[in-house]
Each structure stands twice: as structure tokens, then as C-alpha cells.
Design a protein around this ligand. Structure first.
Ligand SMILES: Cc1cc2nc3c(=O)[nH]c(=O)nc-3n(C[C@H](O)[C@H](O)[C@H](O)COP(=O)(O)OP(=O)(O)OC[C@H]3O[C@@H](n4cnc5c(N)ncnc54)[C@H](O)[C@@H]3O)c2cc1C
Length: 437
């Protein structure tokens, strides 16, 4: 068998293979720094993505590179760590190996930290035409589409087409949908007429479609009400208790009887667990997640674990598993590191307990909502807290600096400097191309 990871430091200690360098994978590898194991991390990207700021890349507020950080760089001083950029295609539990696009990889302990992907709930047509936003290439696709459509709107003589090019529908009123809607509303008010002479902000429409009876349904009613108020003030039309039925690239139909002609449908309506093949079906539950026990061990296995968005720890106190947020993945990673060491030493393990530190969402300039236990913040104070928390959580000092200065410049200039079409988005193929020569 060909075993990849040429720079593995030792062959005698148990090998912990982590699939995924997201929030969970990074936290686990960090906590294993001094553990008596060799850690091999595998990710299809050679960088970690800070997903909470993807929407700012999508609307051109900050540069894509500023929310990514090279995984090798994070762990360069770790004696027991190595990394391979590879896509894991299949897990082979019977041989303790992984089939990847760079060869077969052996593990003693496997941790699946592959996160989640956009859920289109089986609707292939919507999947083809709507724009997801789970990673940097997808955020850049949205950026290109939005800017290309504004360029076309400026020159088209077909008024119906112009209407569709300047109509945005965001599907899903969770934090991502709310943040995207707020950012687009800000662009409409502050930038559109300044940058595109000939386009009127009154021609630009933003709709937010949410299946539940309020936006930010996972947050407090106070946060939902404040978010709705701020979005409505920004001229975002909100449809609650509404579900998208179809979208063919031109017309979007909703089960509230509305049909919207639009060229911009941004999909933030759901996620499902992302995982390689090879996991037995009885370990996979609702939402395509892996059922794990109280120490994140995948059902039916002794040496395979799952953390973060892909894991579902179903217990009386968490009947739907933990929320798909970064702190849950980070805390599971740290706890699993301790438990792996206990398992290797033959010591008792400790069950995972989630500490919910609160939730935040921003609705654009000077507006954010925060639920911190019994404390609810909103408006400017909430917005400052949101900025601080996100800045502190970003990987890398340089990234923190770049994002901080981008925010400061955008704030005072009331503009956004990264609204660039550097890769053309092709709506027919649903993929991006380099600029034509
Ligand atoms: C737009 C957006 C905004 C968000 N905002 C917030 C927020 O404000 N606050 C918050 O707490 N959470 C937020 N989240 C959720 C948060 O980002 C996730 O809960 C968190 O990233 C989950 O961490 P993870 O380690 O499970 O997976 P991820 O961070 O998604 O990492 C998974 C990694 O696995 C890799 N991978 C996947 N499959 C394979 C494979 N087969 N082979 C190799 N590598 C693979 C991927 O490349 C990726 O690097 C947001 C998510 C999105 C998409």
C-alpha cells in the first residue's frame, strides 16, 4: 500500500488522520500539539476559510484572501503535525485506510471534520440556477454575477430584462440570508447611484424569502424583530412562511402565490452534512449527518470520530444535535483531543458538553443583533461587538489587519473597494471562467 504524507515525522505513535481543516479540524489539531500521536490533516484546499465573512467577499467589501489562511502556516511549529492537500473520496473502515485523489492513506484514528454543504433539498433546477455560498469560489461567483448583472443593466434597452437584472432574491432568513440582504441594501443605498450613473436605487429590489414565521428564527424574538425592522428600513421585502417552489434562471415562484422575475437568486436556505463515501447508511441520519455518541465516536466504530457540522450528537438535551456554528465545532475538536489521549492511554473519557456563548448577526452598517444569554444587544453597540468578535476570530495577524483596514476605509468612504469582476461567471454553465483575453 502506498502511504502518502511524506513529511510524517514518526511512524511509531498512533496516527490520527483529520479530514478537514475547518473550525473543528483546526481546533482538534491545535489541542493535539503535545499529545503522543502523529497528526495528519487532509483538506481539499490548502487553506482554512473563515466562513462567517464570506458574505462580505460576495458583495465586494473585503478581499477573498483576507478570510483564508494557509493550513501549513498555522501548524508550522508543530512537531507532530503534517498536512496533505487531497480530496478524500472514500473511507475504508475494514482496512483503516482512506482512498484519496493522491493515493491511499492509513489511519489508526480517523476524525471526519468535513463540515456541511448547501442543501437544495433535491431540486436540481434550483441547484443549477441559484447561487450557493459555502466557500470562497462560490462567494466570488456571487460577486461576479451581481457586478456583471449591474453592468448589463446599465446598457440594456430591454426594460423587463433590466428589472430582472436588478432584482435580488435571497432565500433563507437565517444569519447568512439576513447578512447578505443587509449588505445588498447597503450597496443599494450607498453605492449604486454613485458608481453606476444611469441606474437608480429605486429600480433595485431585494426580497428575502424565509420558510419560518420570522427571520433569525434560531435567535431571540427580540433579535428577529430588530433585524426585520432594520431590513425593512433598508427596503428589503420580507416574505415569511414562504417557500421557493421553482427557479428556472428567469422566474422564481413562491408558495405564497408570488412570482418574481430575477437574474439573482442567492441560496442560503439550508445545509447538509458533507462526507466522503464508505460510511455505512445506518450511521447517517437526518441532514446527512453522522450519528455520534457523547465523545463524538461515529455509530458502529471504535476508531472513527466526527466533529462539527457533519456530526449529530443526538441526546435528550440536544434532540437535533448541536447547532451548525463555529463554536460547536471548535469545542468538539478540543474535547475530542482530550478524549483521544484518554483512549490511547486506556483512561476514562469525558462526555462533550456544549457551552453556548451566544449568537450574533449583522444587518449592515451600524446594525447588528446579539443574544448573549439574557442580554440582548442591537444597533450600533451590537454592531461594534459583532465586528470585534469576528476580527478576533479571524486566523492570522495580517488578515485581521487587512479586514480591519478594509472595514475602516469602507465605513468612511461609504463604498467597497473589492467590487471586481476578475473571473467571469457563466450563468449557463454555472461556473466561472477567467476573463476573456
Ligand atoms: C456563509 C456562512 C456564514 C456563517 N456564519 C457563521 C457565524 O457568523 N458564526 C458561526 O458560529 N458560524 C457561522 N457559520 C457556520 C460555521 O462556519 C460552521 O459551523 C463551521 O465552519 C463548521 O466547522 P467544521 O469544522 O465542521 O467545517 P468547515 O469549517 O466547513 O470545514 C470543513 C473542511 O473540510 C474540507 N473537506 C470537506 N470534504 C472534504 C473531503 N472529502 N476531502 C478533503 N477535505 C474535505 C473542506 O475543504 C473544509 O476545509 C457560517 C457558515 C457559512 C457558510
Amino acid at each position: 500500500m502506498f502511504t502518502v504524507s511524506q513529511d510524517q515525522k514518526s511512524g511509531v505513535r498512533p496516527r490520527v488522520v483529520i479530514i478537514g481543516g475547518g473550525f473543528g479540524g483546526l481546533s482538534l489539531a491545535t489541542a493535539l500539539k503535545k499529545a503522543p500521536v502523529d497528526v495528519l490533516m487532509i483538506d481539499k484546499h490548502n487553506y482554512h476559510t473563515f466562513q462567517p465573512l464570506l458574505y462580505q467577499v460576495a458583495i465586494g467589501s473585503i478581499a477573498a484572501d483576507s478570510i483564508a489562511f494557509p493550513i501549513r502556516r498555522i501548524f508550522m511549529k508543530y512537531e507532530n503535525f503534517s498536512f496533505n492537500m487531497a480530496e478524500v473520496e472514500k473511507i475504508n473502515p475494514e482496512t483503516n485506510t482512506l482512498s484519496t485523489n493522491i493515493g491511499e492513506i492509513h489511519y489508526d484514528y480517523l476524525v471526519i471534520a468535513t463540515g456541511s454543504n448547501t442543501n437544495f433539498f433535491g431540486n436540481k433546477e434550483i441547484e443549477h440556477f441559484a447561487m450557493p455560498m459555502k466557500n470562497i469560489p462560490e462567494a466570488l461567483n456571487i460577486r461576479s454575477l451581481v457586478l456583471q448583472n449591474l453592468e448589463t443593466a446599465l446598457v440594456t434597452t430591454d426594460m423587463r430584462e433590466k428589472f430582472a437584472l436588478m432584482t435580488y432574491v435571497i432565500v433563507g432568513g437565517g444569519p447568512t440570508g439576513v447578512e447578505l440582504s443587509g449588505a445588498l441594501a447597503e450597496m443599494r443605498h450607498l453605492i449604486l447611484e454613485k458608481d453606476y450613473h444611469g441606474l437608480s436605487k429605486y429600480d433595485l429590489r431585494i426580497y428575502l424569502v424565509e420558510g419560518k414565521d420570522r427571520v433569525l428564527a434560531a435567535m431571540s424574538e427580540n433579535a428577529s424583530a430588530k433585524a426585520k425592522q432594520a431590513l425593512t428600513k433598508g427596503d428589503v421585502t420580507i416574505y415569511n412562511n414562504a417557500h421557493v417552489q421553482s427557479y428556472d434562471g428567469f422566474y422564481l415562484t413562491i408558495d405564497n402565490g408570488k412570482t418574481i422575475k430575477t437574474r439573482n437568486v442567492l441560496w442560503a436556505a439550508g445545509v447538509k452534512g458533507e462526507m466522503p463515501g464508505g460510511v455505512p447508511a445506518d450511521a447517517i441520519i437526518k441532514g446527512n449527518r453522522l450519528q455520534v455518541d457523547e465523545i463524538n465516536r461515529v455509530k458502529g466504530f471504535d476508531n472513527i470520530f466526527a466533529i462539527g457540522d457533519v456530526a449529530a450528537m443526538i441526546r435528550p438535551e440536544t434532540p437535533n444535535g448541536h447547532p451548525g456554528v463555529a463554536p460547536a465545532a471548535i469545542q468538539q475538536g478540543a474535547q475530542l483531543a482530550r478524549n483521544l489521549v484518554h483512549l490511547i492511554k486506556g483512561e476514562p473519557t469525558a462526555p462533550f458538553k456544549y457551552h453556548d456563548k451566544g449568537s450574533l448577526a449583522t444587518i449592515g452598517r451600524n446594525h447588528a443583533v446579539a443574544d448573549l444569554g439574557k442580554i440582548h444587544l442591537s444597533g450600533f453597540v451590537g454592531w461594534l461587538l459583532w465586528g470585534l468578535v469576528h476580527l478576533m476570530s479571524l486566523a492570522g495577524f495580517t488578515n485581521k489587519g487587512i479586514v480591519f483596514f478594509s472595514w475602516a476605509i469602507n465605513y468612511f468612504n461609504k463604498n467597497a473597494d473589492n467590487r471586481l469582476i476578475v473571473r467571469h461567471y457563466n450563468t449557463e454553465t454555472g461556473s466561472s471562467e477567467l476573463e476573456p483575453k
